[in-house]
Design a protein around this ligand. Structure first.
Ligand code: PDD
Length: 288
């Protein structure tokens, strides 16, 4: 059984409890991070903590936690669960209070919950066979750049995609792709340009996105940060997604139409290999 962390204590997962008055539960008033673990080490810890900080400040949340403490807790949890490859989930909620839309007078310590998940990140079957995706309107709230736990729309759309035999959903606004249910979205054009939507309030500022674009630049690949249309996607040379939980994963079919020959593309495969190699090396490990 896993050991999890809840508000200061490490417990077996079936003994961990949170209050029904936790604002994360009542209002979705919580932010989170999912960090990959490779060889027992967190990938891009600092970048995840920077984004957590940003999510909290955008929501006027008090920062009750020190980064060093968060590092210690995550390391301990990885150790206690003997996690070699998988994910660490960290959630900060605004805290526990009687139900009230107004939180201006709230003076409580934010809640903190963490758990680990075993996951094959390197040998992900989707990397070999490529993902089938379907498209849906992006009807999420207008601050997708904040990593809140309000994930119902994405969860519903992904479930419907799965029921249709697809692996995931990509979301569209005004005929252009925003991002996937829990990943950033890319195409490779016939001019070998990597196109991905520019950073704005429309998408999550992916940590894997930043690393993959840096790696692509090192490989002299041209990157264009702009929104791409559904038509461009359908006629692209390659398409792929990035996230901490999937790394770089090819997209080979969209709404039943094959992308190129329906096989994972060369650029995608090369970027995945470089990213996996980097995540296994010391270069992205926590600096504290
Ligand atoms: N999701 N876009 C959305 C909407 C996401 O939820 C995620 C990550 C990403 C990719 O961000 P990153 O590269 O920092 O993981 C993009 C995590 C993995 C999740 O919710 O499980």
């Amino acid at each position: 059984m896993r050991t999890v962390y809840v508000n200061g204590v490490y417990l077996p997962e079936d003994q961990a409890q949170v209050s029904i008055f936790d604002r994360g539960f009542l209002f979705g008033d919580a932010v989170y991070e999912v960090t990959a673990v490779m060889n027992g080490q967190m990938v891009d810890f600092d970048a995840h903590m920077d984004r957590l900080q940003r999510s909290m400040s955008e929501l006027d949340m008090k920062n009750g936690y020190d980064r060093k403490d968060l590092l210690t807790i995550q390391k301990k949890l990885i150790e206690k669960n003997n996690l070699k490859e998988g994910l660490v989930y960290l959630q900060v909620t605004r805290g526990v209070a009687d139900r009230d839309f107004d939180f201006s007078d709230l003076d409580v310590k934010p809640g903190l919950v963490l758990f680990t998940q075993v996951k094959k990140l390197e040998a992900n079957p989707l990397a070999a066979r490529g993902q089938k995706i379907v498209l849906a309107d992006d009807l999420r709230w207008g601050r997708s750049d904040i990593k809140t736990v309000q994930l119902l729309y994405s969860s519903l759309m992904k479930t419907r995609a799965k029921r249709q035999g697809a692996d995931d959903v990509w979301l569209c606004r005004d005929g252009k792709i925003t991002e996937g249910s829990s990943n950033n979205a890319y195409i490779v054009t016939h001019n070998n340009e990597i196109v991905t939507r520019e950073l704005s309030t429309d998408i999550l500022h992916g940590i894997t996105r930043a690393s993959v674009l840096r790696i692509a630049r090192l490989h002299q690949l041209k990157i264009v940060e702009r929104a791409f249309s559904v038509d461009e996607l359908l006629s692209a040379r390659e398409a792929f997604s990035t996230s901490a939980s999937g790394f770089v994963n090819p997209v080979v079919n969209v709404n039943g139409t094959a992308i190129s020959d329906g096989e994972p593309g060369h650029v995608t495969t090369a970027l995945r290999a470089s990213y996996v190699a980097e995540s296994q090396s010391a270069s992205t490990r926590q600096s504290l």
